[in-house]
Design a protein around this ligand. Structure first.
Ligand code: BGC
Length: 384
């Protein structure tokens, strides 16, 4: 009995300590364990402006983003799970909030070559390679992490590292990667990616969060409105591999240069499994310097008044409309129905490794001595 009381009061004391240091500070807790016993941690942080964010060391995952609506009511606007087993269940976890890589999106036939040397990756999406492959993809690794807070308490975050060994998922080179999440008091969540390699390789990292600004688990995104700052997109074949063309959006249901409701023209995108919005857009970045952030897309929900502005220094963005979602159960018993969430993945263009040297296609190769850099910023606010 005595032992029980001592244990209990320790728990009470710990939670009092945590509560009194709450506010804008970053905390780390145990989230769960990998099948081999490795601990998965969750980092929690708050802004001084009503936002609350959680990051997992498994997959450098963005697990939770709570932000206020126009009346000050807070809701969680991203998809996720309550335990490690669900995150590792490849059928359920369609890359919810994870960092995908080494090569985010598709590589045709899982093949590419660098300097005349051919590489064969896993074909985990029909005939193609998707989001870094199988069990050793970056989204399934436990990353090292360290929290930080600015002295003036206006921004805070967590930096995660992972060293991917040469040959992991058949990608060449030992690649050292860092992903840093920073939340400031404007409720801007910035993700900085950096990587180096000891052998020429291909790399395309991005965050795969699914958003529903009315609250994750709401039944549709059809009435969200979106603007995408792109005059062109990269058409795909029936296995979703880019054809090499950079085609105008003008006159197509992919013209989002002005705001449109997502549901307005989605039926014009065809029928059948996976049909709908799942395209890479060629961002309008004329005049922007390398590394300069420009607005890629703005998503808004007229009902809640929540708005998300996506900024990046990358040449492309994948707008994926949740066409493969299947009603799986996630956090807090919420279910994620067909087209009830969307991803805005800043990136280089899908299958770029097989389009090197073609006009308008970005470099996909990272060489020793170079540093890969990518900024993906999610700014949460209200519709003006
Ligand atoms: C792709 C989709 C794919 C999904 C997997 C997206 O990035 O564009 O085609 O089905 O990821 O969750």
């Amino acid at each position: 009995m005595l032992r029980f009381r001592v244990a209990l009061s320790a728990v009470v004391l710990t939670s009092i300590a945590l509560a009194s240091t709450a506010g804008a500070h970053v905390h780390a807790f145990k989230f769960g364990e990998m099948p081999d016993g490795q601990m998965v941690k969750v980092y929690t942080m708050k802004s001084n402006n009503g936002a609350y964010v959680e990051i997992l060391t498994l997959g450098a995952t963005l697990r939770k983003v709570e932000v206020p609506d126009k009346d000050g009511n807070v809701a969680d606007v991203v998809f996720g799970f309550d335990n490690v087993a669900d995150y590792l269940d490849a059928d359920k976890n369609q890359y919810f909030g994870v960092v995908v890589g080494r090569y985010g999106n598709r590589i045709a036939g899982g093949k590419f070559s660098i300097d005349g040397e051919e590489y064969q990756l896993a074909t985990n999406d029909g005939p193609n390679h998707l989001h870094g492959g199988g069990d050793q993809a970056l989204s399934r690794q436990v990353w090292k992490a360290k929290r930080f807070e600015s002295e003036d308490n206006t921004e805070r975050g967590v930096k995660l590292w992972y060293v991917s060994p040469d040959g992991e998922e058949n990608y060449p080179g030992e690649v050292t990667i860092s992903v840093t999440y920073t939340l400031n008091d404007k409720n801007e969540l910035r993700i900085d990616y950096e990587a180096t390699t000891d052998k020429a390789t291909v790399l395309n990292l991005t965050n795969h969060a699914y958003f529903n600004l009315r609250g994750a688990g709401s039944d549709t995104i059809n009435d969200h409105e979106i603007m995408i700052n792109a005059d062109r997109y990269t058409p795909v074949d029936d296995t979703l591999i880019t054809t090499g063309e950079l085609a105008p959006v003008e006159g197509t249901p992919l013209d989002f240069r002005e705001f449109h409701a997502i549901g307005e023209r989605v039926d014009e995108m065809g029928e059948g499994e996976g049909a709908g919005y799942d395209h890479n857009f060629v961002l309008n970045r004329e005049g922007a310097e390398q590394g300069e952030l420009t607005v890629a897309a703005v998503l808004r929900d007229p009902k809640s008044g929540r708005q998300l502005t996506v900024k990046t220094d990358q040449p492309g963005i994948q707008f994926y409309g949740g066409n493969f979602l299947k009603g799986q159960e996630g956090k807090d018993g919420k279910t994620y129905a067909y087209r009830s969430g969307l991803c805005l993945e800043t990136q280089i263009f899908p299958d770029s490794p097989n389009k090197q040297g073609e006009e308008g296609w970005p470099n996909a190769v990272l060489r020793p001595g170079e540093t890969y850099r990518h900024v993906q910023e999610y700014d949460f606010g209200l519709v003006e």
